[in-house]
Design a protein around this ligand. Structure first.
Ligand SMILES: C[S@@+](CC[C@H](N)C(=O)[O-])C[C@H]1O[C@@H](n2cnc3c(N)ncnc32)[C@H](O)[C@@H]1O
Length: 218
């Protein structure tokens, strides 16, 4: 949750966002992005949900992908466009300013080979996540792949209890600092399965509960 408090804070200034996230996640978010980019295939048409400053998009475009980045923040998208242009990949990046809940408005069925999202879905309650992942399923081509890198709530009862106690304490400073609250995602694998995905792999990025989940459209 501290991670989320920091994320919400650095989001307010895109130019300091990448350095801030690198410090806060001890480089693990970069490792998650590297792992996603490694799995991306040249020619993939991708959607990055909550793309932020486009650092994942740039990695994937370097692998030969074309990326649409959807984000609710115009400032983040502006920075993403600058980063794509600075990498000489501006023509491969398509920004869309809107919420992750509005995929239906923008994207046709079976438009993408891959959908990715890192550190962006923790603010949504379960019912929204189900809707978003059902939409991801709709816009993916048959056999399309989904990559979600985020903070997940522990599944083991003891770890979860300890984690919740700690998070309960941290909730107050988080709210005081950023006036918003985000949560680790609860039950992500089950939500993905019930939204039409097969979970292929889960990779942990310790010491926190940052995980990268690989799934395929069934
Ligand atoms: C912590 S940042 C992560 C950015 C990027 N994915 C990364 O890993 O560096 C969260 C991003 O999600 C975006 N975001 C927050 N709520 C959103 C929503 N409802 N729809 C789309 N994007 C959203 C924010 O503007 C921000 O760019």
């Amino acid at each position: 949750m501290l991670l989320y408090a920091w994320m919400l804070f650095v989001e307010t200034a895109p130019e300091r966002y990448d350095a801030g996230m690198r410090v806060m996640t001890l480089g693990r978010l970069d490792k998650i992005k590297d792992a996603v980019a490694e799995a991306i295939r040249p020619g993939d048409n991708m959607l990055d949900i909550g793309c932020g400053t486009g650092t994942l998009a740039v990695r994937c475009m370097r692998k030969g992908a074309t990326v649409t980045g959807i984000d609710s923040s115009a400032f983040m998208l502006e920075q993403a466009q600058k980063n794509a242009a600075a990498a000489g990949l501006g023509d491969r990046f398509q920004p869309v300013k809107d919420s992750a809940t509005q995929l239906k408005k923008h994207f046709a069925d079976a438009s993408f080979d891959a959908v990715v999202s890192t550190a962006a879905l923790g603010e949504f309650p379960k019912s929204y996540l189900e809707y978003i992942f059902q939409e991801c399923n709709r816009i993916l081509k048959p056999g399309g792949r989904l990559f979600i890198g985020d903070e997940l709530q522990p599944e083991n009862l003891l770890s979860r209890t300890l984690y919740n106690v700690l998070m309960g304490v941290l909730w107050i400073p988080q709210f005081l600092i950023v006036r918003r609250v985000a949560y680790p995602i609860k039950g992500l694998p089950a939500i993905l399965e019930s939204s039409g995905f097969r979970v292929d792999e889960r990779r942990g990025f310790w010491p926190s509960k940052l995980e990268l989940v690989f799934a395929t459209k069934r």
